[in-house]
Design a protein around this ligand. Structure first.
Ligand code: BGC
Length: 772
């Protein structure tokens, strides 16, 4: 196949080789071209042969007729490919199908331009890792990078070369369903994770058969949708934008991400997909981004509902604003030519966009071999490899967060009888989590199966449903879309509970598998009530009344308001949605083979009224004095304290850690210099454990208001019982910089506080100065 293709496209390649010094004579006459120059030459030559229609065709991204995320599904894809009207296809998988589409492109179109194949490879491919929010709770960049590497290895084996990931939207609103798809609330941590993901997907050479192009999304500020309602308006100061929300996108691009996706939301009055300031002034001019800008699903067409005009007008608007490729809506395909003819769009802008699409294909090596990513052999051997599955199990275990563990309720003994109760205990399809379109749902084990396998013959496991996921059957239907089956029992609630209580009474310990279904978070899955559904709470209360020790295994894709549970249940293990191997990873932790070490990357509020609640808040002019929870004329509520239920960075272990000796190697440093903070951490318990040591900094006096603390470093360490380690953090001027009111990135001399601890609340502190 490669041979056939090369005979078609070879004249162009040889022209470039000749031009770039491929012969001795040429070498003498011309300097050798850099890879960039070679690419430019190749693309210029190709573009010189292209008609306006063919160029516009390259800007069109269609679905391949498989899983989609909107109501529009592309039609007549094959005939559009033949007409040169398709630049890319997404959600088409397997080497056979992709090869078929690619063959049409490179054999039956005039210019034989290959297609780029994308997919939402979000947290793994077939081997599915924990949802991104859970993954971030590992605080382990090497591990996170490896999940992206494995995802790329599997996805490219199946024919794909472009992933719509990482999603780096900061979110501080637990109501927003897509908080599950990002790395939580923190700018610094989110930026580190963004870089790790890009590195994992793209490696150091995009043209390799097992690397794929990353697409950072959703540009920008999608996570700040008003009231946590999906696709809602965003309105934000530049101070907040530059300091808190934009850095992760920038970090991902600096790490080399080849593409970026626009967001659905309106930003300060101009939707992201039509926002010239965002896509041209900021992205291209300030950040110097050279890659491809693609819209989100039908986002161009949605500009009509945003109120910006008809399809021709919004297509022109969005291309002129800086979009290069139109996902699914076909507005570019159907209207741009007319807009060029009428002078509403400059031909140059179409050329620039087309060039960026072709460059992406070139960098992926598709002009050299359009079938590079299609290998049945690799698909057979690389996908769901045992090593990948073992790693998925390890990662899931590392992502769980132990929220409470009174009286060492956990780990469980491997003897006696366990009653495993709850609507989430016997469902495999619910385990992988939202956005796992490639997961093999039918073959994903349930917690019940995992517990039975882990318990062997030593422990008797009893199981009962206990309650429905939701009392309202229609709500349950909305919460279990995309084949996520959760058993439902239509008998009266009391009867279902009583059946479970009978088993609970026969057991030594109760494990209650409760919380959200995986589709209660994710896209278009916002909630105004972020508690465990009432019907499950009634079950939990009844289980507690039996007097048996109860362990709550909590499934969730967002921070939940768990005040009652935190006061009444002795042990809570938050397992999020852990991917393919969740069913094994949970017993690993419950029985103590794995000591939990996950730390929250999103604040858990006491109730939904506190939302948005995040640790890096501003002090206000009327802060509440420490230790108080209410004072008149201070910034607080009448009915609940300002405290979170579980703060950012929080998570328990089966062991305990003591922090001591926070010291700085000097009291101040000059601009350009650095200072080192060190702290001793000791494992004071009786088992080996991992701890995420966190460093926060506060700028005490600024030209604008500064957060009460901001994460600026962390290290995950492992300590044997009794072992102690000194952790050092080098603080440079860079760590003290922020965007001032003139949007200059500066460090202002003055006093700073340093906080170090095992979460954002329980810290030791000291001060230093930055001097001129
Ligand atoms: C989502 C994107 C996704 C796209 C393609 C949209 O609905 O917002 O995150 O990449 O669909 O599936």
């Amino acid at each position: 196949m490669k041979a056939i293709y090369l005979t078609l496209i070879t004249p162009l390649f040889s022209a470039v080789l000749l031009f770039s010094g491929g012969t001795a004579i040429a070498q003498q006459k011309k300097a050798v071209l850099s890879p960039q120059q070679k690419m430019n030459t190749f693309i210029s030559m190709l573009m010189s042969k292209m008609t306006l229609d063919e160029k516009i065709g390259q800007l069109n991204l269609l679905t391949g007729g498989e899983a989609t995320t909107g109501s529009v599904v592309s039609t007549d894809v094959e005939s559009k490919i033949k007409k040169g009207q398709v630049g890319g296809i997404f959600s088409l998988t397997t080497p056979a199908r992709i090869r078929k589409a690619q063959e049409i492109a490179v054999q039956q179109t005039r210019l034989k331009i290959p297609i780029i194949f994308g997919q939402d490879v979000i947290h793994g491919y077939k081997t599915t890792f924990p949802i991104p929010l859970a993954l971030s709770c590992t605080w382990d960049m090497a591990l996170i990078e490896k999940t992206a590497r494995i995802a790329a290895t599997e996805a490219t084996a199946d024919g794909l070369n472009w992933t719509f990931s990482p999603m780096v939207d900061i979110s501080r609103d637990a109501r927003w369903g897509r908080i599950s798809e990002g790395s939580g609330e923190d700018t610094y941590l989110g930026s580190q994770i963004a870089k790790a993901m890009v590195k994992g997907y793209q490696g150091d050479d995009l043209s390799k058969y097992n690397t794929m192009m990353a697409c950072v999304k959703h540009f920008a500020l999608y996570g700040a949708a008003e009231a946590g309602r999906d696709y809602n308006t965003t309105d934000m100061s530049l101070d907040r934008m530059y300091n808190e929300y934009l850095p992760p996108y920038k970090a991902a691009l600096e790490a080399g991400a080849g593409s970026i996706m626009t967001a659905f939301n309106d930003i300060n009055g101009v939707p992201a997909t039509a926002n010239k300031w965002l896509m041209t002034d900021l992205l291209r001019k300030q950040w110097n981004f050279k890659g491809l800008v693609v819209t989100d699903y039908t986002a161009v067409n949605e500009l009509i509902d945003h109120g910006l005009g008809d399809l021709q007008a919004v297509s022109a608007l969005s291309l002129n604003a800086g979009v290069d490729m139109d996902m699914v809506g076909e507005g570019f395909l159907t209207t741009l030519k007319k807009s060029v003819q009428q002078g509403k769009v400059k031909q140059q802008r179409v050329d620039d966009a087309c060039r960026l699409v072709l460059e992406a294909k070139y960098k992926l090596g598709l002009f050299e071999d359009p079938f590079r990513y299609c290998s049945e052999e690799r698909a057979k051997t690389e996908i769901l490899k045992p090593e990948h599955l073992d790693f998925a199990r390890k990662v899931a275990g590392e992502s769980f967060v132990l929220l409470k563990n009174d009286n060492n309720t956990l780990p469980l003994k491997k003897t006696g009888t366990i009653a495993l109760i709850g609507p989430l205990a016997n469902t495999g399809t619910n385990m992988p989590g939202t956005w796992s379109v490639n997961s093999d749902l039918a073959n994903t084990a349930s917690l019940l199966q995992g517990m039975q396998a882990a318990a062997g013959t030593d422990v008797k496991i009893l199981h009962s449903l206990g309650s429905n996921l939701l009392a309202d059957a229609q709500y349950q239907e909305r919460a279990t879309m995309f084949g996520r089956d959760i058993p439902r029992d239509n008998r009266p609630e009391e009867e279902v509970i009583n059946e479970a209580l009978k088993l609970a009474n026969q057991a030594d310990v109760v494990v209650a598998a409760l919380g959200e279904s995986s589709e209660m978070s994710g896209e278009a899955s916002s909630r105004t009530n972020i508690e465990i559904p009432d019907v499950q709470k009634r079950l939990l209360a009844a289980l507690l009344k039996t007097g048996k020790p109860v362990v709550l295994v909590l499934f969730t894709g967002r921070p939940l308001a768990l005040k009652w549970e935190s006061e009444n249940v002795p042990a809570i293990l938050n397992v999020w949605f852990g991917g393919t191997k969740t069913a094994d990873a949970i017993p690993d932790v419950l029985f103590g083979a794995v000591n939990p070490s996950g730390k929250l990357t999103t604040t858990f509020p006491q109730n939904v009224g506190q939302v948005p609640l995040y640790y890096a808040h501003k002090n206000t002019g009327r802060p509440l004095a420490e230790g108080k929870w209410f004072s008149k004329f201070r910034s607080n509520y009448l009915d609940v304290s300002n405290d979170p239920l579980y703060p950012f960075g929080y998570g328990l272990s089966y062991t305990s850690f003591a922090y001591s000796n926070l010291i700085l190697n000097k009291q101040s440093f000059k601009t350009g210099g650095s200072i080192t903070a060190s702290i001793d951490v000791r494992n004071t318990g009786s088992v080996e454990g991992k701890e995420v040591v966190q460093l926060y900094i506060q700028d005490l006096v600024g030209s604008s208001t500064r957060p009460v603390k901001e994460l600026k470093g962390f290290e995950k360490i492992s300590l044997k019982p009794g072992e102690s380690k000194t952790v050092n953090f080098k603080i440079t001027e860079e760590d003290l910089k922020f965007y001032n009111m003139a949007l200059k990135f500066v460090a202002e001399p003055g006093d700073f506080k340093v906080y170090v601890g095992g979460n954002s609340r329980d810290v030791m502190e000291t001060t230093f100065a930055l001097v001129k």
